[in-house]
Design a protein around this ligand. Structure first.
Ligand code: PLP
Length: 403
């Protein structure tokens, strides 16, 4: 059997259009493909591989738990899930945890909980969910409808109702549509997929105040920002604004699928026995790996390292820009960084990604105008320097092709 990109077209549903490169092995922030070609990984599996590839702590946790117990279902609880939940609650505002298998599922749980909380406390009219244009919350029908790009939720029949969008950082617009019928506001504390857009201090504080005023729950989707990505364990801690519900996934498992919804005891009480669930959610294998990832990331050494590595990457990108004049701005926080293409290169982010691949670097885009970097939080300085050198070659090529 020839296992190649052609086979993808033959046997896979065409909802993705992956690169021709098929990686087969990774170590740290370095990856090798079927031909033995080496890549520096500045993509991190879209902000998932927080400890790079095959980190010994994760491999050990997987092996150890793999020889003990994989799965039970929620008919019984298990030690890794309880330990991980304890650590998540000790490290955050939250007092209760619900485990899921992905970011979308964690958000689905958050939205269902918010609706039920509002119904129980304030009656059947309090259903409005407000979220933000360009926001991304996953691909289940509820979460994709809450997401801020209608194109992703169009064409699947009637959508979940009473969901409204306004512009991110537009507090006046939010205030204008909010009322006592608002059930919840869902937002990313730094928009990832939408283009690496940070909230202003005034905005995020204002959203919290409006939620308090109207008894609406504030849901922070930290699926991309969580578990050290921004240099804080969770981004809300750096903003000094505490949500009522927080969702986390991606980096939580370091590459093993897991998601979680965190909230307070008072709010959690409304997901009573039988109201929601998941067969795999909180499975011992996923929780054991996530516990190892969480323990490793939640240290001063790793979190401070994120801030240092951010500076190194920013400086490298600025130096490239001094030579080639392609970016208008480097934005983002920690190791969730976006190089915003200037007027001349607008709409061309994919060209930079393709050129990066060609020169041995894995990068990402966030929309058509932003090249995104979300490497391992423990990427070595050596890999950063080498990755930047390769990115410089990629930039040179895109600029040369432009003529
Ligand atoms: C990736 C992402 C999701 C969706 O997570 P999945 O695991 O793909 O379901 C939700 N919200 C944000 C902010 C994300 O970045």
């Amino acid at each position: 059997m020839q296992v190649n990109r052609e086979l993808f077209n033959a046997v896979m549903v065409p909802n993705y259009n992956p690169s021709d490169i098929i990686p087969v092995k990774g170590l740290g922030a370095t990856v090798w493909d079927q031909n033995g070609t080496e890549y520096i990984d500045f993509a991190g599996g879209i902000a998932v591989n927080c400890l790079g590839h095959c980190h010994p702590a994760l491999v050990n946790a997987l092996k150890e738990q793999g020889e003990k117990l994989w799965h039970l279902s929620n008919v019984m609880t298990n030690e890794p899930a309880l330990r991980l939940a304890k650590k998540l609650t000790d490290a955050t505002f939250a007092e209760k945890v619900y485990f899921a298998n992905s970011g979308a599922e964690a958000n689905e749980a958050a939205l269902k909980l918010a609706r039920r909380f509002a119904l129980d406390n304030y009656g059947a009219d309090k259903t409005q969910i407000i979220s933000f244009n360009k926001g991304f919350h996953g691909r289940t029908f509820f979460t994709v409808t809450v997401g801020g790009q209608a194109a992703y939720s169009d064409g699947f029949g009637p959508k979940p109702a009473d969901i409204t969008h306004v512009d991110y950082n537009d507090l006046a617009a939010l205030e204008a549509i909010m009322s006592d019928n608002t059930c919840a506001v869902m937002m990313e504390p730094l928009q990832g997929e939408g283009g690496i857009i940070a909230p202003t201090n005034e905005f995020v504080k204002g959203v919290r105040a409006l939620c308090d005023k109207h008894n609406a729950l504030l849901i922070f989707d930290e699926v991309q920002t969580g578990v050290g990505r921004t240099g804080d364990l969770y981004a809300y801690q750096g903003l000094n604004v505490t949500p009522d519900i927080l969702t986390t996934a991606k980096a939580l498992g370091g590459g093993f699928p897991i998601g979680a919804m965190l909230t307070t005891t008072e709010i959690a009480a409304h997901l009573k026995v039988g109201t929601h669930g998941s067969t795999y959610g909180g499975n011992p294998l996923a929780c054991a790996v996530a516990e190892a990832a969480f323990d490793t990331v939640n240290t001063a050494e790793v979190l401070n390292g994120v801030k240092q590595k951010e500076q190194l990457i920013r400086a490298g990108l600025m130096a490239i820009n001094d030579k080639f004049d392609v970016f208008s701005e480097i934005r983002g926080k920690g190791l969730l960084l976006g190089a915003v293409l200037n007027e001349r290169f607008k709409g061309q982010s994919r060209d930079f990604l393709v050129a990066s691949n060609k020169h041995g670097l894995m990068s990402l885009v966030a929309g058509t105008d932003v090249v995104r970097f979300t490497p391992s939080l423990v990427i070595s300085d050596k890999e950063i320097v080498e990755g930047l050198a390769r990115f410089e070659k990629a930039v040179a090529e895109v600029v040369a092709n432009k003529g």
